[in-house]
Design a protein around this ligand. Structure first.
Ligand code: ATR
Length: 275
């Protein structure tokens, strides 16, 4: 019998996780099936419990359930703990649930592994202080940056997030204006502004000459920020498609003990999006 996995979210039809994990399974010869589950907004815990009671081995969790998955997990990885959110649930041998968060590791792997960004000694600006920003904070600090600045429209939220992460590295928070002329090596967009076609109110000179920009999402929502990056002369402009595949690869590794190759899977998704 193949092991059963799934992604649970609401909505869920758009999720590319089944395609990605099916490709990983083919490539590594792992015997598994991976489905989509439309989670009930009023009974996420029940849906998770039924999946694992029926023999499920692991779940990926997406919007809007990552915080609920954190609360449901019996034990959590350090990254999940700091993120306050879980995107990977695994059934432990004793039946308890383990919660991980692979989003930040996926982001770091995409930038460093796929694109050659050297984090050590770099100054990085993270835009946004919601769930997406919180999820990647600690892996970014662990990657060895000399400074991680968090800028948010509501400055107090960025300051609070920075204070909560201060034990893990050099991090500070504030409003957008405070970072005018600061010349960061890399700016990451973790706001939801692009979903409405908007651009955060970025101050002049916040990107260094030759700096990189990266949006945590891909598709139309990434366009305003990536266009801004090009207008600032960014040396490298990247969307979050690679992060999507890399966070999936991290989950696959946790579940199956095998790290899949990601380059061809990213390339195939890129081709499918262009069609
Ligand atoms: P997510 O889980 O995607 O991070 P969230 O927790 O609702 O969603 O957070 C959304 C983030 O995008 C917040 O940092 C929000 O800023 P505020 O805290 O000031 O609300 C940011 N955001 C949303 N729309 C924005 C816009 N038009 N300009 C700048 N920031 C925006």
């Amino acid at each position: 019998m193949p092991s059963r996995y799934a992604v649970i979210g609401h909505p869920i039809e758009h999720s590319r996780s089944p395609v990605i994990h099916a490709a990983f399974a083919r490539q590594t010869g792992q015997d598994l099936v991976y489905d989509r589950i439309l989670g009930r907004l009023d009974d996420f815990a029940g849906d998770v419990q039924r999946f694992f009671a029926a023999g499920g081995a692991g779940l990926n969790v997406t919007v809007p359930f990552k915080e609920q998955a954190w609360a449901l997990a019996d034990e959590r990885s350090p990254y999940a703990e700091t993120a306050g959110a879980v995107n990977t649930l695994s059934r432990l041998p004793d039946g308890r649930l383990r919660g991980d968060n692979t989003d930040g590791a996926g982001l770091v792997r995409d930038l460093a592994g796929n694109h050659g960004f050297a984090f050590a000694g770099r100054r990085v600006l993270l835009l946004g202080a919601g769930g997406a920003a919180r999820g990647v904070l600690r892996p970014l600090l662990d990657a060895g940056v000399t400074e991680l600045a968090i800028a948010n429209r509501t400055a107090a939220k960025a300051e609070a997030l920075a204070a909560a992460a201060a034990a893990f590295g050099p991090v500070r928070g504030g409003g957008f204006d405070g970072f005018a002329g600061a010349g960061f090596d890399l700016i990451l967009n973790a706001t939801s502004a692009g979903l409405g076609g908007a651009l955060p109110a970025l101050p002049a000179g916040c990107l260094s000459a030759g700096g990189w920009v990266y949006d945590l999402v891909y598709g139309p929502a990434s366009v305003p920020f990536l266009d801004w990056g090009r207008s600032q002369g960014a040396a490298v402009v990247l969307d979050g498609l690679g992060m999507l595949v890399e966070q999936a690869a991290e989950s696959f590794l946790l579940w199956r003990g095998v790290r899949p190759e990601t380059a061809e899977v990213i390339a195939e998704l890129r081709r499918a999006m262009a069609r």
